[in-house]
Ligand binder design. Structure first.
Ligand SMILES: [Mn+2]
Length: 411
C-alpha cells in the first residue's frame, strides 16, 4: 500500500491587514499548522506530503518566511515533500520565490516542481506534476498530465498534481485555470491532487479529483476548510481511499447582532459565545452589528461585546448599524447644528424615497415629509448624483459619515 498526505493553499505570508494588531498571530499560525502537518505525515507513516500549489501568498514573501518554511518542510527526513507552484506563487523564472537561496539549498527530500515532470515515488508509483507559470490562464493545466501519463508504462499507480478551478458551471472564471471535470479519467490517473479553492471538494470525476481546501481557515464562512487529505492506494486502477484529516489551529466563526430584535440578539449571541468560551483561545470570532441603533445603544452593545470577546484568539467587531436619533437628540441637533440637521433630514427623506417608505414614520418628531420625484431630483441634481446610485449601503455609509462629523462638531 502507498500512502500520502495531500494539502494545498497554505498561503503563507497572507497579510490579514484587516485584523490590524492580530495579523501577525494569524500569519504565524499557518506555519505552526504546517509544522504539525509534517509531523502528522510522519506519525501516519505517509510516504509523501504533497503541496498542490499556493504554499505562499505571493512571490514577494520575505526571505525569513521562506527560510522558515523550507526548514519546517525539511524537518522530517522520512517524509518526502513535493511542492507545486500555484497561481499565487507561480514559477516565473529567476525572480520568483522558488529561486531564493533557501529553496536552492533545500535537501533532496524536499522537491519543487519548477517544470512539468514525473517522479517515481516508489516502485510502480508515479507522481505527475503540472506547475503554474503565471497568475491567470484559460488553459487547463491538467492537459500536461495526460501528456506525461502517455510516456509511462502500463500497470502503475499514477498520481497527478496541479492547481486550478474544477470547471463547474457558474463556479469558475474562464481565465482561472479551468480543469475539466473528467481530467483524472482523461489522463488515466488513479488520483488527481488539486489545489486552488479553499474548501474541501472530493466528489469530482468519481472521487478521483480532490481539492482539500486550505488547511488553516483564512476567512469566515469557509466551513469546509481546515483539513488535509490522507490518501491510500492499494494498486493501479483500484479506487484510492480518501479521508479528511482536520489540522487547523484556529476555527473562524461569524455572528450578527441585529438591533431590529436587540433582546433576542443579545440572548442568542450571549449563549453562542458562552458555548464557544472553552475554545476561545483557538477561535477567531467576528460580530457584525446591524440594524438601526442610537449611538448610545450601539456603544452599550459594543462594550458588552468587547468584554465577551476579549478571551478569543482574535476578535473583530464590525459596526454596520445605521444611526437613529431620538426625538430629544434630534431636537437638540436642530437647535445647535441646523445645517447638519437639515442634511440628515434630507438623507432620511432620500432614503425613504429610494426605499418607497415614508421618512420619519417610526420617529415622531422627525417630521420629514415624503419626497416627490421632482424634489428628490432637485436635491440630487446639483451634486450630479443619479437616484439609482442611492443604494442602501451608500445611504448607510452617508449617514455614518454625517454622524461622525456631527460627533466631532459636538465635542
Ligand atoms: Mn490558487
Amino acid at each position: 500500500m502507498f500512502r500520502l498526505i495531500h494539502s494545498a493553499d497554505w498561503q503563507l505570508g497572507a497579510r490579514f491587514a484587516q485584523f490590524g494588531a492580530a495579523a501577525p498571530r494569524l500569519r504565524a499560525v499557518r506555519l505552526e499548522t504546517l509544522r504539525r502537518t509534517v509531523e502528522l505525515a510522519r506519525t501516519r507513516e505517509a510516504d509523501a506530503l504533497l503541496i498542490a500549489g499556493d504554499l505562499f501568498e505571493d512571490n514577494q514573501v520575505d526571505d525569513a518566511l521562506v527560510a522558515a518554511t523550507v526548514a519546517v518542510l525539511a524537518a522530517e527526513p522520512a517524509v518526502r515533500v513535493y511542492v507545486l507552484p500555484g497561481n499565487h506563487d507561480p514559477f516565473t523564472g529567476p525572480d520568483c520565490v522558488w529561486q531564493r537561496a533557501a529553496w536552492l539549498k533545500a535537501p533532496p527530500h524536499v522537491h519543487v516542481f519548477r517544470a512539468a515532470g514525473t517522479v517515481e515515488l516508489a516502485p510502480g508509483v508515479h507522481l505527475l506534476a503540472s506547475p503554474l507559470h503565471q497568475k491567470q490562464s484559460t488553459t487547463d493545466p491538467s492537459l500536461k498530465l495526460a501528456e506525461l501519463a502517455a510516456a509511462l508504462p502500463a500497470g502503475t499507480i499514477r498520481i497527478g498534481m496541479t492547481h486550478g478551478s474544477p470547471a463547474i458551471e457558474a463556479r469558475h472564471k474562464p481565465d482561472d485555470f479551468p480543469i475539466a471535470l473528467h481530467a483524472a479519467t482523461r489522463a488515466g490517473l488513479d488520483y488527481l491532487a488539486l489545489g486552488h479553492w479553499h474548501n474541501w471538494l472530493a466528489d469530482t470525476d468519481g472521487g478521483k479529483m480532490v481539492m482539500p481546501g486550505t488547511p488553516e481557515p483564512d476567512n469566515f464562512g469557509n466551513d469546509a476548510s481546515g483539513r488535509v487529505a490522507l490518501v491510500e492506494f492499494d494498486g493501479p486502477g483500484r479506487p484510492a481511499r480518501v479521508q479528511p484529516l482536520p489540522v487547523a489551529t484556529l476555527a473562524w466563526r461569524s455572528f450578527d447582532f441585529d438591533f431590529l430584535a436587540a433582546d433576542a440578539a443579545r440572548a442568542t449571541l450571549g449563549a453562542a459565545l458562552a458555548e464557544l468560551a472553552p475554545a476561545a483561545a483557538r477561535t477567531v470570532v467576528r460580530v457584525t452589528l446591524a440594524g438601526t441603533a442610537s449611538p448610545a445603544a450601539a456603544a452599550e452593545v459594543r462594550a458588552w461585546l468587547e468584554a465577551k470577546l476579549a478571551d478569543f484568539a482574535v476578535h473583530q467587531l464590525r459596526d454596520e448599524t445605521r444611526v437613529a436619533l431620538s426625538a430629544v437628540e434630534l431636537a437638540d441637533l436642530q437647535a445647535r447644528h441646523p445645517i447638519l440637521a437639515q442634511v440628515l433630514a434630507d438623507v432620511d427623506r432620500l432614503e425613504a424615497f429610494a426605499n418607497g417608505t415614508v421618512a420619519g414614520a417610526a420617529e415622531p418628531g422627525a417630521g420629514a415629509a415624503p419626497l416627490t420625484l421632482a424634489e428628490a431630483q432637485a436635491l440630487l441634481a446639483p451634486a450630479k448624483v443619479e437616484l439609482a446610485a442611492l443604494t442602501p449601503p451608500v445611504l448607510a455609509q452617508l449617514r455614518r459619515t454625517l454622524f461622525r462629523t456631527l460627533q466631532e462638531v459636538a465635542k
